[in-house]
Design a protein around this ligand. Structure first.
Ligand code: PA5
Length: 463
C-alpha cells in the first residue's frame, strides 16, 4: 500500500489477553462516542481548528518556496530560534527527510540546520564560538511573539549580526514566523522590515508543523515540502471520509483512550524502528503530553488526565529499555514505527566462514537484521502480553511523513473529545512562562514574583 498503515492486531485481547488488550465489545461500546468525537472535531475545522486546513493553503506554500528560492545559496547555516511547538516539528522534518549526516556535509548549495531550542549558555555560547552569524539565516519562530527563550536568543543574535553587518545589512539574515498582528515579535518585524511569515489563527504551537513554522526551515534545507503537504492532505481525506473503523486517526485515538482508561496503561511508548523517524517520536511526545495532560475537564471538573509519552529507538533501546518493557510493570502500551522499504541496501560480507557465530550474517543485508530485531521485539512484547500497534511507513519520504504528522494531529484532537479535555490549551506551560517572566523582573509580573518569593522554602535540605 502506498500510504502509512496502522496495524492494531497486537493491541487486541485475542493477542495479549483481555486484561491488557482491547476486546471487540469494548470497541463496539465506544463506536458511538467515537463517531460523535469525529463529528465534533470536523465541525470545528472551519472555526477554531484552522490547523486542519493547513495542507490546503497552496498560496502560503508557494510564498515559502519563492522566499526559499530568493535566498538560495546565500547562507551556510540556518538557525531556528524557537521552542516547543515552534521547534520540534522543524527537527522532526529535518531528521526524517534530510540525510542523517546533512549537517556534517550538506549537499552543494544547501545550508546546515541548527534548531537551538534551549537557552542553556553552553549550547548557545558554543554555537557562537564555532559558527559565524554573518554566514547564517536566523528563522525566529514564536506564535505568541513573546516567549522569553526565543526573545532572548533573538536579541543576542540580532546584536551579533548588527555588529558585523550593520543596522541595514543584518535584516537580510532574519526571517520571522509569528502571529499576523499580535505580539512583540510582530511589532519588531514592522519596525525592522524583516521578511516574515504568519502563524495563522487557529493554529496552536504543537499543531503548527505544517504551517510556515515547520515549513520555512524545511524548504531552506531542501526538503520537499509540497510532498509533505500532499501526504498530509491525503491522510486528512482518508480520516474525513473513511468509516470510523477504517479511520486510522480515530482508531488510534480510541486505542489510546481504552489503553489508559480501561487497561491502566498510563505510559504510551513510541518505539521508532527507524533512525530517521526518531525525532517524530519527540514531536509526538509534545503533541500528546501538552494536549491531553490536563488538570481540568472541559466541564470544569478536576480530573488530572493524560498519558505519559516515552520515546525509544530501535534497535538502540533494545539494549537499554526493552528489558523493562518486556518484564516490568504492565503500565505501558507501544506504538512501533516501522519502515517497509529502506532507501539503502547494505549487504554483509563473509570474513570467517569457519565461525558460525559470524558467518550466519554473511550474505544478509543490514536491513534483514534490522527487520528481524524489530519483529523480535514485537513478538517478545506480544508474548509478554504488552499491547502494541505498528505504524508502517512504506518508505521514509515526504509523503509518508506528512501522512504521519496529519494522522497524529487528528488523533490527538479526537483524544481531546474522548478524554473530555481541551486539547488546544496549555495552562501548565503558560504558568511556567509567567513564573519565568516574574523571576526575570518583567514589568507587569511583580505580584507573581512576590508570591513566588513568599512561598520559597526558608531552609533548603541539601545532601
Ligand atoms: O505547543 C505550544 O503551544 C507550546 O509548546 C509553544 O509552541 C511553545 O511554548 C512556544 O511558544 P511560542 O511559539 O509562542 O513562542
Amino acid at each position: 500500500m502506498d500510504r502509512i498503515t496502522l496495524d492494531v492486531t497486537n493491541a487486541l485481547a485475542a493477542a495479549v489477553g483481555p486484561d491488557h488488550g482491547v476486546s471487540p465489545e469494548e470497541l463496539t461500546d465506544l463506536r458511538e462516542t467515537a463517531a460523535r468525537a469525529l463529528a465534533a472535531v470536523e465541525a470545528r475545522r472551519a472555526q477554531d481548528l484552522r490547523w486542519m486546513d493547513l495542507p490546503y493553503a497552496n498560496d502560503v506554500h508557494d510564498e515559502i518556496l519563492e522566499y526559499t528560492a530568493s535566498v538560495s545559496g546565500r547562507f551556510r547555516n540556518v538557525v531556528v530560534l524557537g521552542i516547543g511547538g515552534s521547534a520540534l516539528g522543524n527537527t522532526a522534518l529535518h531528521a526524517a527527510l534530510s540525510s542523517p549526516f546533512h549537517d556534517l556535509a550538506p549537499p552543494p548549495g544547501l545550508p546546515r540546520l541548527f534548531v537551538l531550542d534551549n537557552v542553556d549558555p553552553d549550547l548557545v555560547g558554543e554555537w557562537l564560538d564555532n559558527f559565524d552569524p554573518a554566514e547564517t539565516l536566523f528563522n525566529v519562530i514564536s506564535k505568541s511573539g513573546g516567549t522569553a527563550e526565543t526573545m532572548s536568543q533573538f536579541l543576542l543574535f540580532r546584536e551579533r549580526l548588527v555588529q558585523v553587518l550593520g543596522e541595514e545589512g543584518h535584516r537580510e539574515h532574519i526571517v520571522v514566523t509569528t502571529d499576523a498582528t499580535n505580539g512583540i515579535l510582530r511589532e519588531i518585524v514592522e519596525r525592522e522590515g524583516y521578511e516574515s511569515f504568519v502563524v495563522p489563527d487557529g493554529v496552536g504551537g504543537r499543531f503548527s508543523v505544517l504551517s510556515p513554522v515547520g515549513l520555512v526551515s524545511s524548504a531552506l534545507v531542501g526538503i520537499d515540502i509540497k510532498g509533505v503537504l500532499a501526504g498530509a492532505l491525503s491522510m486528512d481525506e482518508i480520516c474525513r471520509e473513511a468509516s470510523p473503523e477504517e479511520n486510522p486517526a480515530l482508531t488510534y485515538a480510541c486505542l489510546q483512550w481504552l489503553m489508559q482508561e480501561r487497561k491502566a496503561k498510563n505510559v504510551a511508548v513510541t518505539f521508532s524502528y527507524s533512525h530517521r523517524l526518531r525525532a517524530l517520536a519527540d514531536w509526538y511526545a509534545q503533541l500528546l503530553a501538552e494536549s491531553i495532560g490536563k488538570r481540568m475537564s472541559r466541564g470544569g471538573e478536576v480530573v488530572h488526565k493524560g498519558p505519559t509519552p516515552v520515546r525509544a529507538i530501535g534497535v538502540t533501546d533494545q539494549h537499554s529499555q526493552a528489558q523493562l518493557y518486556i518484564e516490568g510493570p504492565f503500565d505501558k502500551w507501544f506504538t512501533l514505527l516501522s519502515v517497509t522499504q529502506p532507501d539503502h541496501s547494505v549487504p554483509l560480507p563473509s570474513a570467517y566462514p569457519d565461525l558460525e557465530g559470524a558467518e550466519y550474517l554473511a550474505g544478509r543485508d543490514l536491513g534483514d537484521l534490522f527487520e528481524a530485531e524489530r519483529e523480535g521485539t514485537r513478538v517478545a512484547l506480544t508474548e509478554a502480553m504488552r499491547p502494541n500497534v505498528s505504524i508502517v511507513f512504506p518508505r521514509v519520504d515526504a509523503r509518508s511523513v506528512g501522512q504521519y504528522l496529519m494522522m497524529m494531529e487528528l488523533a490527538v484532537a479526537l483524544m481531546g473529545e474522548l478524554y473530555d479535555v481541551d486539547a488546544f490549551d496549555q495552562p501548565g506551560v503558560e504558568a511556567g512562562k509567567i513564573a519565568a517572566y516574574a523571576l526575570m523582573g518583567r514589568a507587569g509580573y511583580e505580584a507573581r514574583r512576590a508570591e513566588i518569593e513568599a512561598s520559597a522554602p526558608t531552609e533548603r535540605k541539601t545532601i
